[in-house]
Design a protein around this ligand. Structure first.
Ligand code: X5A
Ligand code: ZN
Length: 612
């Protein structure tokens, strides 16, 4: 069992009892919609389902004051008018006679999930809870939140398991100011939050939600705020934030556990967020986090108010936690100007605290940078609707999303007897070969290089490739004699293209020349990691320096990761050498005009604009 799902149906037992347009969106149907979605797609059945238990008052006490806990406990016996009067004392909160029970279940669910992951019962998991938690503070309910589920879970992981570094990723569209306050001066908890901000004009209207708030005292640099100053942020903007802010810091921090404040009001269709990231984006965000902390991810539901969008996003996340391949992402991967400005503001604020940001591999863009046609700017666009996004799904996209996960994960074509590669258990050893005539036909492209043994090798590889192209096998490894490698790679590429592949990424480790007659039509992106030098032959033909690591070690790690294991931690963060930094900077400068996700810095409009 790999993934836990923690839930209790009693958490649907709290709801708004009076008229309040601000609070009515936090309704019981949120949980049932998410759960029904998981059930209908057969995902719930694949999880280890745990029934939540109430957290104890002692556990609540790790974050909240006894007086506040007593206040919430007393709401159990209040009548409607008293509940309404008490609710008014807080910002965007409602109480119900069942609030105390539900809120304790929500905390309990988060704690059980942490226990399941840290005892090794599961790799990761999701707690589906109400009420949410990330706005809640030591002595205050706030923004539909009563107890701070994720903050208590982090304290629990520190106290009970002695963890020293916990990463909290808050992708809810609101700022989890409650979590920020609780860990403000604590360097053992790195809190990352992005949120709709609009220069302070969006709820909860706090100065301390801006990028300059980085934590206090020892905790400086361990609060990371990324304010979105426009609505309409999409897949490319979210990915850019992860790639250029969160992941560099996370690798440098090297967490032992990742907690996700998983709010899905940051997805398309949500009335609160008004953003446009599609549900598939959450599969990718999850996958990017899976490389951290040995894959120990505990996600806890926060917001998410468009029932269908919420259900779909939850499903995409759970599917990824279960290890299914990520679905393709919709839309051009071009971050918008406002997103780039926000990202730069965090980088500037955090640079004093993080080595990975000081390297500043990012070139500062000149004002000539333009946006390609076809990307409407969020400001000009009307609020995107969920229905419009669904309609925009191309038939191909639909087909790709529906394609079932291949029955076989990793296959190995072993052509070198006693190959040095110690194969991890669980791989399928490929015995079959492609038909002899077919193999010979492909080999004829490279007559001189395929003889006897290498022809047998090629047959095995073609068979493996066939399995992948037919959807029977998810990925594979072929171990071949060095001599035929270049020609083999070329045949593989041609075979994929003739199958109808639109885009292929070839990553070549070590000295391997790109096949000469490869059409430079953008279908093949050739990335060679080799030697010391960096070179951009074309926008689709790139060489980068090879880090000091043995190829065999890399091959073994690669095999493990292909099988779905979490990659090993990289250990203490090492500053790249000046040589490597120079090489990477060169690559970025040259590649950026074509590859927009490399952009990290927005042109700064200043008093002295550069003269052309
Ligand atoms: C958990 C969460 C939002 C509160 C919005 C109040 N709270 N306008 O999404
Ligand atoms: Zn929210």
């Amino acid at each position: 069992m790999g993934t836990a799902l923690v839930y209790h149906e009693d958490m649907t037992a709290t709801r708004l009892l009076w008229d309040d347009p601000e609070c009515e969106i936090e309704c019981p149907e949120r949980l049932t919609a998410a759960l029904d979605g998981l059930r209908q797609r057969g995902l719930q059945q694949r999880c280890l389902c745990l029934t939540a238990c109430e957290a104890s008052e002692e556990e609540l006490g790790m974050v909240h004051s006894p007086e506040y806990v007593a206040l919430v406990r007393r709401t159990q016996t209040l009548d409607k008018e008293e509940l309404q009067a008490l609710s008014k004392q807080f910002d965007a909160v409602y109480f119900h006679p069942n609030t105390f029970h539900c809120a304790r279940l929500a905390v309990g669910a988060a704690l059980q999930l942490v226990d399941a992951v840290l005892t090794g019962a599961v790799h990761n998991g999701l707690a589906l809870v109400r009420p949410p938690g990330h706005h809640s503070q030591k002595e205050a309910a706030n923004g539909f939140c009563v107890f701070n589920n994720v903050a208590i879970a982090a304290k629990h992981a520190k106290q009970k398991y002695g963890l020293q570094r916990i990463l909290i990723v808050d992708w809810d569209i609101h700022h989890g100011q409650g979590i920020q306050y609780i860990f403000d001066d604590d360097p053992s908890v790195l809190y990352f939050s992005w949120h709709r901000y609009e220069h302070g004009r969006f709820w909860p209207f706090l100065q301390e939600s801006d990028a300059h708030a980085v934590g206090q005292g020892q905790g400086q640099g361990f609060t990371v705020n990324l304010p979105w100053n426009q609505v309409g942020m999409g897949n490319a903007d979210y990915l850019a934030a992860f790639l250029h802010v969160l992941l560099p810091l996370a690798f440098e921090f090297d967490p032992e556990l990742v907690l996700v404040s998983a709010g899905f009001d940051s997805a398309i269709g949500d009335p609160e967020g008004r953003m446009r990231a599609t549900p598939e984006c959450f599969a990718h965000l999850t996958q990017l986090l899976q490389v951290l902390a040995g894959g120990r991810i505990c996600a806890v539901l926060e917001g998410g108010y468009h029932l269908e969008s919420l259900a779909q996003s939850v499903c995409k996340m759970v599917q990824t936690l279960l290890g299914d391949p990520t679905p393709p992402l919709l839309g051009l991967m071009v971050p918008c100007q406002s997103a780039l400005e926000s990202i730069q503001s965090v980088q500037t604020a955090q640079a004093p605290h993080w080595t990975s940001l000081q390297q500043n591999v990012a070139p500062i863009l000149g004002p000539s940078t333009h946006f390609p046609e076809g990307r409407s700017l969020p400001l000009l666009a009307e609020s995107p609707t969920y229905e419009a996004a669904e309609a925009a799904l191309s038939p191909l996209q639909g087909e790709l999303c529906l394609r079932p996960t291949p029955p076989i994960c990793t296959a190995v074509a072993l052509a070198v007897p006693g190959a040095a590669l110690a194969l991890p258990p669980g791989v399928l050893l490929q015995e079959e070969s492609a038909l002899r005539e077919e193999t010979e036909a492909w080999a004829r492209l490279h007559k001189s290089l395929f003889q006897d043994e290498s022809l047998v090798t090629l047959g095995k590889i073609l068979c493996l490739l066939g399995g992948i192209l037919d959807g029977q096998v998810r990925n594979g490894i072929a171990v071949t004699a060095a001599l035929a490698t270049a020609a083999t790679v070329e045949v593989i590429i041609q075979r994929c293209l003739s199958h109808g592949a639109q885009r292929l990424l070839c990553v070549a480790l070590g000295q391997l020349d790109r096949p000469l007659d490869l059409a430079d039509d953008g279908r093949v992106l050739w990335l060679n990691i080799r030697g010391k030098e960096a070179a951009v032959e074309s926008m689709f033909h790139i060489s980068t320096p090879l880090p000091q690591e043995s190829i065999l070690q890399l091959a073994r790690t690669l095999a493990q990761v292909l099988l779905g294991e979490a990659p090993p931690s990289l250990g203490p963060f090492l500053m790249a050498s000046p040589e490597e930094i120079r090489a990477l900077r060169l690559l970025k400068t040259q590649l950026e005009p074509r590859w927009k996700l490399l952009q990290v810095a927005a042109p700064r409009p200043g008093p002295c604009s550069p003269i052309a």
